[in-house]
Design a protein. Sequence first.
Length: 511
Amino acid sequence: MSDTATKAPGVPQADPGRWKALVFIALAQLMVVLDATIVNIALPSAQQDLGISDGNRQWVVTAYALAFGGLLLFGGRIADLWGRKRAFVVGLIGFAGASALGGAATNEAMMFGARALQGVFGALLAPAALSLLAVMFTDAKERAKAFGIYGAIAGGGGAVGLILGGFLTEYLDWRWTFFVNIPFAIVAAVGAYLVIREPQGGRNRSSLDIPGVILSTLGLVALVYGFTRAESDGWSDGLTIGMFVASAVLLATFVVVEAKVKAPLLPLRVVTDRNRGGIYLSLGLAIIAMFGLFLFLTYYLQVVKGYTPVKTGFAFLPMIAGMIVGSTQIGTRLMTRVAPRLLMGPGFLVAGVGMLFLTQLELGSSYASLLLPGMVLLGLGMGTAFMPAMSLATQGVEPRDAGVASAMVNTSQQVGGAIGTALLNTIAASATTSYIADHIGNARSRSQQQLVQLEGLVNGYTSAIWFAVGILVVAAAIAFTFVNAGKPDMSAFTGEGADAEDAVPVPVVAH
């Protein structure tokens, strides 16, 4: 494809280095996404080496989730203020340093600190990466291809993390699940510094909304921690309830403050737009369903089927392939021809059909006849839906708001992941306990008791997956109802200007 597309009069030429820039942006995104799962595989080995107690083990995951989820909006605003290229490069360098610290950890405090630092720099890096794509790719067809690649990585990176984590832990050492980030980050940072040319005029140089930063950070941290604690201590735990109440009060106060201050951290125009609001909500729900499924399938393959970490990772490959095809082929080819809701709604429903296959899991289920088709359909559906969602969520925003609009996409994914893990885990655990209590009395021998326990686990997984199917149906309904933008105008987006109407062609409402 030529780097110099014909432009309408008055529309600036596209950046000739944009496709090279995409390589480094995609590499950074892959690093951040796979880091969410790569450490999970290494956790048992790291726990043993560093003497981390079972009670504190969750903080290896929670420290990252709290920092990342809590600071995303702040990170997006910093990217708008500093410039996305600078925020991107600083985020990469910081993430590499934090990863080196984690790999060299000698005790649990050092490990928890390193994971929190990774979350801090990830919160700066992720919104900068997405908003760079939004302002660099201005042609509708090119934007579709760029977001197709980005969407595939965003959806499939977690499963890649399972494969890479399995390899590194099994054949090298758990520390390499941290050290592997360093070459990723260095290559992406050097490449971004040399190649990325951020369009002029897109910064938001307004003073920083300090009350908004404090309220949003504390509110999101309380929300993510509430769900994390619910998973380990139960929904009726006093601190869990306290976290949810505090989060509701802080986030409600945040909305009131943002409506009144002159230069808000999150301009309410970003989230009250019908299309973007629908995308944030439907994307968050889809992530709830998908994160829970990753967890259950990993346990099913390793605990019930006896797969090694590496074999488990490879078992997820068809789902990754489905996501890549759905995002880069189906989504990209159709995005410029049909309205986004006609990709998102059916995409979520196809993923729901894939989940429906997996509700039939039993102890002796065949990978080839049940898991394989279920995972392929899930990947195809999610890939097809993610790509237009990522693109439309950042389309039509004022250039000065691109960072916070991108941060909201990441926030809906991060909060969705925390909710999905906690909510579906609780449903699964409750169903497992109930099944074992009902059937253990009939088990006479030790082997029969072990069989009942395994059957109880699988029953718990399938019960939770049924809920995930329902969540995907709701996500599809929201996409069909709220997302009413028409197919993209085939003239170029300018990516410049003070108003949303100047930034992109106003989408035609699809009927």
